[in-house]
Design a protein around this ligand. Structure first.
Ligand SMILES: *Cc1c(COP(=O)(O)O)cnc(C)c1O
Length: 370
């Protein structure tokens, strides 16, 4: 019998009735975007939930990153030290700001930028460091911020995967000069499409406001050149509904993750990442690393799972530095660990409401038992 397909993720959603009830006020106000009531309410609620001093909502995570880099006003053509083990958005945001990505190798235990290799990459052209908290595993933020302070560099964290994570009791958005979040439908918390930048300097809020709204400051006043990257009210309301259910969503993901943890602990050749112990977990993804003593390669395991209707993702393969648009364009830095991880990693299905017997099916296939 054909079993149904299992996808790597499935968007969390409030009940139909809850969302419909929540969007009703829009039919009274007819105010659908342009920093409306719900945009302002979601900014306030997320400042609280993420434990950050300032937050600006955007149309998506990529624009949050692109605009926050622009708002920091880094010298044109300067170098930004970053990780190639990420979603392509991270590297695009650097290059679209006319900056030069310098790829740094990552650590095998958590997939994050190797902070011990950053200093050797710093030159007089370096202006910033842009690490990613990959899978919600938190970088060595203290060491990275210390290096940045010593060399007078800015730090922008791509926290697209790190929604709600706290490290040493502090919201992860408090490190560096700014952090960006993605609220894309496939992320653990979402607003359909959306994103945010979090930061401490209130002047950044004004700069981002201008950048996301054409620099318009009055009916007849445009103060700077800006883009259009506002979050609309339907998205903000989806965000408010999903924030109300965040504990429930987290508990559901956690139950699946614990089932996987238990089943995988004795599967030879399958390694799991070891994130920092002092950081909370948001169960955004469930990545596994296929080592040499596993009977199949990562690609073979991927194909075998796919044949049984289980759709995993090779996040992140290829490295962004190896993509056609960036290959051989930037400084040639050894990326051995990143490349090895990229060949071995597989993100297996995990989402809110995943049936445990579906998780069992995934495990049977990974553990190669019938
Ligand atoms: C999803 C993601 C982004 C971009 O976010 P969007 O909301 O899709 O624009 C940026 N960086 C990383 C690491 C991501 O996973």
């Amino acid at each position: 019998m054909e079993e149904r397909e299992i996808f790597v993720t499935r968007s969390s959603m409030p009940s139909f009735d809850e969302y419909i009830e929540a969007i009703k006020p829009l039919w009274d106000s007819h105010w659908l975007t342009n920093m409306g009531t719900f945009h302002r309410q979601l900014e306030a609620e997320l400042r609280g939930y993420l434990d950050v001093p300032c937050l600006s909502l955007t149309v998506n995570g990529h624009m949050a990153l692109e605009l926050v880099i622009q708002a920091l006003d880094l010298p044109e053509g300067s170098e930004v030290i970053t990780t190639p083990f990420t979603f392509i958005s991270t590297t695009h945001a650097i290059v679209r700001n006319r900056l030069v990505p310098i790829f740094c190798d990552v650590k095998c235990e958590d997939g994050n930028i190797d902070e011990t290799k950053i200093e050797a990459l710093i030159t007089e052209r370096t202006s910033a460091i842009l690490p990613v908290h990959v899978y919600g595993n938190i970088c060595a933020v203290e060491a990275i911020d210390e290096i940045a302070a010593r060399f007078g560099l800015k730090v922008i964290y791509d926290a697209a995967h790190a929604f709600g994570v706290k490290v040493g009791g502090i919201g992860v958005g408090n490190f560096g000069d700014a952090s960006i979040y993605s609220f894309h439908a496939t992320k653990s918390y979402h607003t359909i499409e959306g994103g945010a930048a979090a930061f401490a300097d209130p002047r950044l809020y004004d700069r981002l406001y201008n950048l996301k709204n054409f620099g318009i400051r009055g009916e007849e006043l445009v103060v700077s050149v800006g883009s259009n990257a506002k979050m609309n009210e339907f998205a903000a309301i989806m965000g408010l509904c999903n924030l109300r259910r965040i504990d429930e969503a987290l508990a559901s993901r956690k139950a699946v993750a614990e089932l996987y943890d238990e089943r995988l602990s004795d599967v030879r050749g399958i390694r799991r990442f070891a994130p920092r112990q002092d950081a909370t977990k948001n169960y955004a993804y469930y990545p596994i690393v296929v080592e040499d003593d596993y009977p199949l390669t990562r690609d073979e395991l991927y194909a075998e799972l796919k044949n049984t209707g289980i759709h995993c993702r090779k996040y992140f393969y290829p490295l962004t530095s190896d993509q056609a648009c960036f290959r051989n364009k930037y400084r040639d830095v050894p990326l051995d660990t990143a490349r090895d991880l990229s060949d071995r990693v597989l993100v297996i299905p995990m989402y809110e409401g995943m049936e445990h017997h579906d998780a069992e099916r995934v495990m049977q296939c990974v553990a190669r038992v019938d």
